[in-house]
Design a protein around this ligand. Structure first.
Ligand code: SF4
Length: 356
């Protein structure tokens, strides 16, 4: 068996300690960080952690298949929308593939027996190992002496006597070890997982209730702006500051139309078909979130990204809005769009989004 492993690196203390214990036994360690675009763990800390350990780090995005895992987890949810057991299985399946790719012999994680109620009790740990296809090859160095020996231990590749017997939710032993080994700057366990946050979970539930094929992009958008559910397949997102306005514009794509005022107001991203009604609704929401003193009188000018089809082809924008105009300023492909302010504000209810 090769003296080489893949270690899941989250940016947290436990994964750094687990990898360090392997390095101290002269085992080659390849770090793997799985990124969720909507925020989990801390990529910067994972990179710093790998650098401090002196190991290579592969960063991979979880991909749209992970959204299906969140939508229908075989083993259910934790306190919010966190499917921790299924999440670990998904991640370890990827780790197994990466292990095979780099020619490593086993996978290492910083899981601690009894630390988390859902995924780190004995039964879930067994399920995770079995369902990920890593039976005998998933080493948890921090709790190894409480667990059945793994193949690398049985084959003498890893010295079991030098592994630990940590269990439970107390962090004292890890903190003492971190001090002893000079490990600093790591984050707390699950500190950044948005799926454990009730506020974020409400938005996820609304997304799943209305979208049959949500993607990682839809999940990422849940972290940006105020969300208004204005139809079964239509949502309008309003930026809360200039950074979010730019981010919404960056998400403009087929099926996601960004309407950005040429006056000092927020950008709106129409997620769904940008019909005349949807654009009118977006304008109404933009005006509702624009200071009175900044609202222009008369005709309103916007950049639309991507440009409506007619405008993109060089013709007039829909809705009788006039010619496309120059394609710059509001975004790489933005087109100028003009409209009259609505006679009366259109009400948009944040239906299904309890924390809009
Ligand atoms: S806390 Fe989040 S990232 Fe961690 S196992 Fe649970 S769902 Fe996955």
């Amino acid at each position: 068996m090769e003296r080489k492993c893949v270690a899941l690196i989250s940016g947290g203390l436990d994964s750094a300690l687990a990898a360090r214990l392997m390095l101290e036994q002269g085992i080659e360690v390849h770090g793997l960080y799985l990124a969720m675009s909507w925020g989990c763990c801390e990529k910067g800390k994972a990179v710093a952690s790998a650098q401090a350990l002196g190991i290579p780090l592969m960063v991979l995005n979880v991909g749209d298949a992970y959204v299906d895992v969140i939508r229908s987890p075989k083993y259910g949810y934790g306190t919010a929308m966190n499917p921790c057991v299924d999440c670990r299985i998904y991640m370890f399946r990827i780790a197994k593939r990466y292990m095979e790719e780099v020619g490593a012999a086993f996978v290492v994680t910083g899981e601690v027996l009894g630390q988390r109620p859902m995924s780190q009790r004995q039964r879930p740990l067994d399920i995770i190992e079995h369902d990920s296809g890593l039976e005998g090859l998933l080493l948890r160095p921090l709790s190894a002496q409480h667990l059945e020996p793994t193949l690398p231990e049985l084959m003498g590749v890893v010295d079991r006597q030098r592994l630990l017997a940590i269990s439970g939710r107390s962090r004292h032993e890890q903190m003492a070890l971190a001090q002893d080994k000079g490990i600093t700057g790591t984050s707390t366990p699950a500190g950044g997982c948005q799926l454990t946050d009730a506020f974020f979970a409400d938005k996820v539930k609304d997304l799943f209730a209305h979208d049959t094929r949500p993607t990682t992009k839809d999940m990422e958008l849940l972290t940006i702006g105020r969300h208004f559910r204005v139809g079964p397949a239509l949502k309008i997102i309003i930026g809360r500051n200039e950074l979010e306005n730019l981010m919404l514009e960056g998400h403009a794509d087929t099926g996601y139309t960004c309407i950005r005022p040429r006056f000092a107001g927020p950008a709106a991203l129409v997620a769904g078909e940008a019909t005349d009604g949807a654009r009118d609704m977006a304008v109404s929401l933009i005006l509702r979130h624009t200071k009175d003193s900044k609202r222009p009188s008369g005709t309103l000018d916007f950049w639309v990204t991507p440009p409506p089809v007619a405008a993109a082809a060089g013709g007039g924008a829909p809705n009788g809005a006039g010619p496309a105009g120059p394609r710059a300023g509001g975004g790489v492909n933005g087109a100028l769009w003009r409209c009259e302010p609505p006679a009366e504000p259109i009400e948009a209810t944040p239906a299904g989004v309890s924390h809009a």
